[in-house]
Design a protein around this ligand. Structure first.
Ligand code: KIV
Ligand code: ZN
Length: 385
């Protein structure tokens, strides 16, 4: 039987921390509704103690959504937890997510506490959240830089206090897949609850460009939830990208794992996030970038025209993209040019192909990309010559 991997989207919380990407409550609600349509299992709607506006946004989302679990973030402090609880109290499926740092660097230099004091805080925070809500997620922040024996102890305290999901954050994007995977494996071996009633979750950041690889390494080693964002938006270099992990699972691990994501909504959701947050998606972004299914070199174009699978591992339709695109540049070959001309309604006689191609190359050397209209003009000029 396939293992279900829960998709926890934090675009509206970690993603919204990107400078300039702040959303108002109306924008958050529209995006949350789209995330539900996408099939996200858990939506982290915000950090209610952070501002009255964010409290209202989380509350409105909690009261509107019927299927997805709505989660509110809280530091391990009483006021945070109480405020988060009030924000999600009317949700059909509420969750409180609370966190406390586990690494010595944070314990000594940020919290200025001892390890024992912090263990007591974990017990207190999770027990308090549990009084409001059965569904409590706890994150030992900066897990990737923690002493693993202490991390295990810390996690056990959170589980004993009632946490139902333990989310392991690579807060500073320091992890590498082999070490991170081995850490997850050890966690599952030492904490039997991870095989059953408690879900182990991944929360990875992209400072070394490894957020997606680390999340997948975690899943292969027993994690059952991935925290991610559309387009990988998030603090600093961003978070693990939702579209990437979902399509990795769908295309490379489909015999072992499955998600509840409706992949046809990936590109529409990515575009909505990009325009609402005013964050452009890089053209070469995997799955959702403008060039993700665009082919410009002659060899690739020839292969695609013969059979799409020659140079594409994903059918663009499955992710809601428009389709494979043949982009004409000075690196394109005759085959692609004739294919494009045929699409535009021009049939070129065999004996004219070389002349038309030479004209095209001159045009392509002047322009970075030859548009349909430029190609039409070129053909009209040739006809009237
Ligand atoms: O990166 C991080 O550690 C976080 C926590 C709040 C889970 O975002
Ligand atoms: Zn984070």
């Amino acid at each position: 039987m396939k293992q279900r991997i829960y998709i926890f989207d934090t675009t509206l919380r970690d993603g919204e921390q990107v400078p300039g990407a702040k959303l108002n409550p109306e924008e958050k609600l529209v995006l949350a509704q789209q995330l539900e349509k996408l099939g996200v299992d858990i939506i982290e709607a915000g950090f209610p103690i952070s501002s009255p506006q964010d409290f209202n946004a989380v509350k409105t989302i909690a009261e509107s959504l019927k299927r997805s679990t709505v989660c509110a973030l809280a530091r391990g402090l009483d006021a945070d937890i109480d405020t988060a609880a009030r924000a999600v109290e009317n949700a059909a499926n509420p969750r409180i997510h609370t966190f406390i740092s586990v690494s010595d660097i944070h314990i000594e230099h940020q919290m200025r506490k001892t390890r024992d004091e912090v263990l007591k805080m974990v017990d207190h925070a999770v027990s308090r959240a549990k009084k409001y809500c059965d569904n409590v997620e706890f994150s030992p922040m900066d897990a990737s830089r923690a002493d693993i024996d202490y991390l295990i102890k810390f996690t056990k305290v959170a589980i004993d206090a009632g946490a139902t999901t333990i989310n392991l954050p690579d807060t500073v994007g320091y992890a590498i897949p082999e070490e991170w995977g081995a850490m997850c494996k050890r966690m599952v071996e030492e904490i039997p609850a991870f095989k059953d009633e408690v879900v182990m979750s991944m929360h990875t950041h992209d400072d070394l460009g490894l957020a997606t690889a680390n999340a997948i390494a975690g899943v292969v080693n027993g994690a059952r939830q991935i925290e991610c964002t559309l387009n990988g938006v998030g603090e600093r270099a961003g978070n693990c990208s939702l579209e990437e992990v979902v399509m990795i699972i769908n295309s490379r691990y489909k015999d072992r794992f499955e998600t509840g994501i409706n992949t046809k909504e990936l590109v529409p959701t990515s575009q909505m996030v990009s325009s609402t947050m005013h964050l452009t998606v890089q053209a070469n972004k995997a799955i959702v970038g403008a060039n993700a299914f665009a082919h410009s070199s002659g060899i690739h174009q020839d292969g695609i025209i013969k059979m799409r699978e020659n140079f594409e591992i994903i059918d663009p339709a499955t992710v809601g993209a428009e389709g494979s695109a043949i982009v004409l540049t000075a690196r394109s070959g005759r085959h692609a040019l004739l294919y494009k001309l045929r699409e535009l309604g021009y049939e070129v006689d065999k004996e004219d192909v070389n002349d038309v191609y030479q004209q095209f190359l001159e045009l392509a050397d002047r322009e970075k990309e030859v548009s349909d209209s430029a190609l039409k003009n070129m053909m009209e000029d040739l006809v009237t010559q």
